[in-house]
Ligand binder design. Structure first.
Ligand SMILES: [Zn+2]
Length: 193
């Protein structure tokens, strides 16, 4: 289907597609994974996918409908001689997957960078109890450095570790974004859609 894409590229696209279903309930993750694996490579009829997977076609359709809601799959109504009724042939829109994936990663990166420049460049205070909130200097001052929740003394939080973790996350996201953009570039004008 896409001769200029490697197995590794397809794996990336598959992961992005599955990440779009992450918060969906009522979807069998294994059915989702294997359905995406098929429509990533070729157009396929839902019943054929179900047959290949050995599952109820309804399970496959649930996945396809959710992906359709996300705008990353398209279908064509078809008449085939082996079916008495019209069937639907589904395919994954790779470019749309990359566009959605990039949108999400770019937003995540923005959030991380905002946290690094705003929240983490100021000292924060906490009492040490997990269920209690972390407070800014102003908030800590207002309650005279006692936790408003449990009354313990507030201590300045050492943000070094958290900062390092966030910086690493930002680098990972930049790398993923670079990869997705490069893939989108390579996908270019070729392909069936
Ligand atoms: Zn507390």
């Amino acid at each position: 289907m896409y001769s200029n894409l490697s197995e590794e590229d397809l794996k990336v696209i598959k992961e992005v597609t599955l990440s779009l279903l992450e918060d969906e309930e009522g979807i069998d993750p294994e059915v989702a994974r294997r359905t995406v694996d098929i429509i990533l490579r070729r157009e396929a009829i839902d019943e054929e996918i179900a047959g290949e997977l050995g599952v109820d076609p309804r399970e496959v359709r649930k996945v396809l409908y959710k992906l359709h809601e996300r705008g990353v799959v398209s279908f064509r109504k078809e008449r085939r001689k082996e079916y008495r009724y019209p069937v639907y042939a589904w395919s994954l829109n790779l470019r749309e997957v990359l566009r959605r994936g990039l949108e999400i990663k770019e937003r995540e990166l923005e959030d991380v960078e905002r946290a690094l420049t705003n929240d983490m460049s100021h000292p924060m205070f906490h009492c040490g109890n997990e269920e209690c909130p972390v407070l800014s200097f102003e908030e800590a001052m207002e309650c005279e450095f006692r936790c408003p929740n449990c009354g313990e003394m507030l201590q300045e939080v050492d943000m070094t570790e958290e900062r390092r973790r966030m910086e690493e996350l930002a680098e990972e996201l930049k790398e993923e974004i670079r990869r997705l953009r490069e893939l989108r570039e390579r996908l270019g004008g070729s392909g069936p859609d």
